[in-house]
Ligand binder design. Structure first.
Ligand SMILES: *Cc1c(COP(=O)(O)O)cnc(C)c1O
Length: 412
């Protein structure tokens, strides 16, 4: 955790968090870029013996300043929609450093990506066939393979299982090869992404072995993209992917493969969570302490409209009381202000809460702001980026005008 307790006050990057809450108001998203850089370098270091390219998965955290930060680090971009591609280009990414990996989109959207010059990753045979018919060997492609390894505890975020809509089944390889040959297509890359929260390095390595075996069928490869899904700790003593161990094992098999393949291929990863989850914080204020017959609720000035992961994925986000760091621990059920059951956590031990205190949700960097909404006509919070000891407002708090912007009042 990059938030530190110094003299009974929490700081991020040397900045006092209560002061940040008072300056920008509550609720508030804060991102610590030094943690992102740390994670980026950790991954680089674990794979220093191969040609590694890291593509930040921008659906995790899409603010253009964050994208530019990763571009400056030397990262590429993993985009899953044409709008993410356009955001990446706006942030200054070279088109060749963007891989467009959409799922179940129209051929028109893929063509738009191709016209922008980004790398195209195709995840079904129908589109592969149409793309090959349109471009032949004039436009190289990457193919998303589903190796059917089962990773991740949650089927909502696992994409490698048999009923998954993602990727082309490894068992359809003969059909893929037929389409590629008939259209004289240049396959420059192979890709897998088996979902988020991979618990087991062994399982991941099994997937990579299947990919390397598959790669022998393609003779013009430049890269193999092993996707992502690395697990980060969400609570103290939580399990997380041992990236150094993965680095050691995968480097060995990748180098061996490159030798027999006769070419030094690029190994690509496209992490979202690994790079930004722990760098993000959501601060919120306690509106009410509400004692019912069976529990004590702490009701906040935020809800599932700002942080839906606990309700959507049963995700655990650690919650701390930054206004009273050393108070007596007491048991609370922390809930939001939405007219919907939006429980952030049951029976949490948190240092004694008073109305008006600021709480913080940890691991609020990935899939938090990007999954937020205006449900209940609530406004989205501002985003603040901490860079080299300074805070920068990178998104305004929304206003009523934002909610009304695209509504057409026909005044019947
Ligand atoms: C979401 C996604 C990622 C990032 O996954 P994380 O678990 O956040 O690292 C990578 N690649 C693709 C294709 C994705 O859809």
């Amino acid at each position: 955790m990059s938030m530190k307790l110094i003299n009974n006050r929490y700081q991020i990057g040397g900045l006092d968090v209560i002061a940040l809450c008072e300056k920008y108001g509550s609720p508030l998203y804060v991102y610590d870029t030094s943690k992102m850089k740390y994670q980026y370098n950790k991954m680089l270091n674990a794979f220093k013996e191969v040609n590694l390219k890291i593509n930040f998965a921008c659906k995790a955290l899409g603010n253009i300043n964050i994208l530019r930060f990763f571009n400056n680090l030397g990262s590429g971009l993993d985009a899953v929609s044409i709008q993410e591609v356009q955001m990446g280009l706006k942030a200054g990414f070279n088109p060749k450093d963007i891989i467009f990996t959409p799922n179940c989109v129209s051929i028109e959207e893929i063509q738009e990506g191709a016209s922008l010059g980004v790398k195209i990753n195709i995840d079904n045979i129908s589109i592969l066939e149409q793309f090959g018919h349109l471009y032949g060997n004039a436009m190289p492609v990457c193919i998303r393979i589903n190796p059917h390894i089962l990773a991740g505890g949650n089927t909502k975020i696992s994409t490698g299982h048999i009923d998954s809509k993602f990727g082309i089944s490894i068992y359809q390889l003969p059909h893929v090869l037929r389409v590629v040959e008939a259209n004289h297509m240049k396959v420059e890359g192979l890709h897998m992404h088996t979902g988020s929260d991979i618990l087991d390095v062994e399982v991941f390595l099994r997937g990579t072995e299947i990919m390397l075996e598959t790669a022998k069928n393609f003779h013009e490869l430049d890269y193999i993209d092993f996707g992502s899904g690395f697990k980060v700790p969400y609570k103290p003593d939580d399990y997380f992917t041992d990236i150094d161990m993965l680095g050691k094992d995968l480097t060995r098999s990748f180098k061996k493969f490159c030798k027999t393949y006769g070419k030094d291929l690029t190994l690509i990863f496209e992490p979202g969570k690994f790079l930004v989850s722990e760098a993000g914080y959501l601060f919120a204020r306690v509106n009410v302490i509400k004692q019912t017959l069976a529990t004590v609720f702490a009701g906040l000035d935020t809800g599932l409209n700002h942080l839906i992961r606990p309700m959507f994925y049963d995700a655990y986000h650690q919650i701390l009381n930054v206004s009273n760091p050393k108070g007596k621990p007491r048991i609370y059920t922390v809930v939001g202000y939405i007219c919907e059951t939006d429980t952030f956590g049951w029976n949490r031990k948190i240092s004694e809460i008073h109305e008006g205190d600021y709480l913080v949700f940890l691991n609020a960097g990935a899939y938090c702001y990007t999954m937020s909404s205006n449900y209940n006509a609530r406004l989205r919070p501002p985003e603040v980026m901490i860079y080299e000891g300074k805070d920068y407002l990178i998104r305004h708090r929304e206003t009523l005008e934002d909610l009304l912007r695209n509504q057409v009042d026909v005044k019947l």
